[in-house]
Design a protein around this ligand. Structure first.
Ligand code: HPA
Length: 246
């Protein structure tokens, strides 16, 4: 059994049902993680939980210390990461409330530390990233969703934007032309950093709004929060089933 971590995003700042055994303070060569690592048992299985925006959601996507977060988990012996993310739907089947397990990424972020080896790079530090998510982990998440009776979309390209603002309608139109199915702000460099350390990584993405310009009108936080509340309850159910396979 390999050690599992769940990285929670917006709407999943704590993992209801997690019996906390310890809050582990960690410091890494790359600085501090977003929060203490929350070590516990979730439905009888060991897990480490880390809220990527911090406990109070005070760290915006472009300020997250992704390297410290992934390194902190690595140092604890974590080999598998399920990343939970709230995203905007671009493709027509990805309406608010739908869950998806993306299979590709396009990275539109900038100015984020992309590698553990930035300051001491050598040629072997180039990672293969053709398929950014761990396929086995993806399939287990999809199966867990099905077991739980949740509708889940297998695949789709996750477009990672810089944030913290939402996109313009023209940006989303371009992303749709590029082939993006959904848009979020935290998928990169998180996925690439996990790959650098050979950790299996997959994302469970909850659509919380239509991306900019896809539906009429503007995107309101009320709308997003409403979808988040119900949707993250579904994600918890999925995780409860998922963890039984671990
Ligand atoms: N864009 C980027 N990130 C997001 C969105 C969005 O529309 N919704 C939730 N996270």
């Amino acid at each position: 059994m390999s050690k599992l971590a769940i990285i929670g995003g917006t709407g999943l700042l704590s993992l209801e049902g997690l019996e906390i055994r310890e809050q582990r303070v960690v410091s890494t060569p790359f600085g501090n993680a977003s929060n203490d690592l929350i070590v516990g048992e979730f439905h009888g299985k060991s897990v480490i939980f880390l809220p990527r925006h911090g406990q109070y959601h005070s760290i915006p996507p472009h300020k997250i210390n992704y390297r410290a977060n992934i390194w902190a988990l690595y140092e604890q012996g974590v080999e598998k990461i399920v990343a939970v993310a709230a995203v905007g739907g671009i493709r027509s089947d990805l309406a608010p409330g739908v869950l998806a397990v993306p299979d590709q990424i396009i990275d539109y972020t900038y100015g984020r530390e992309q590698s553990f080896y930035s300051d001491d790079f050598s040629v072997e530090n180039h990672i293969d990233f053709s398929y950014p998510y761990d396929e086995h982990l993806r399939q287990i998440i999809i199966q867990a969703a099905k077991n739980t009776g949740l509708a889940v979309v297998n695949g789709g390209t996750y477009g990672a934007t810089q944030g913290p603002r939402l996109e313009t309608a023209a940006e989303i139109k371009r992303m749709a032309q590029d082939g993006c199915a959904m848009v979020g702000m935290t998928g990169m460099p998180e996925a690439a950093l996990a790959r650098e350390l050979n950790m299996a990584y997959a994302t469970c993405a909850l659509m919380v709004n239509w991306a900019a310009g896809i539906s009429d009108g503007v995107i309101t936080m009320d709308q997003i929060e409403h979808t988040l509340a119900g949707g993250m309850q579904q994600v918890r159910q999925l995780l409860a089933d998922f963890i039984q396979t671990q």
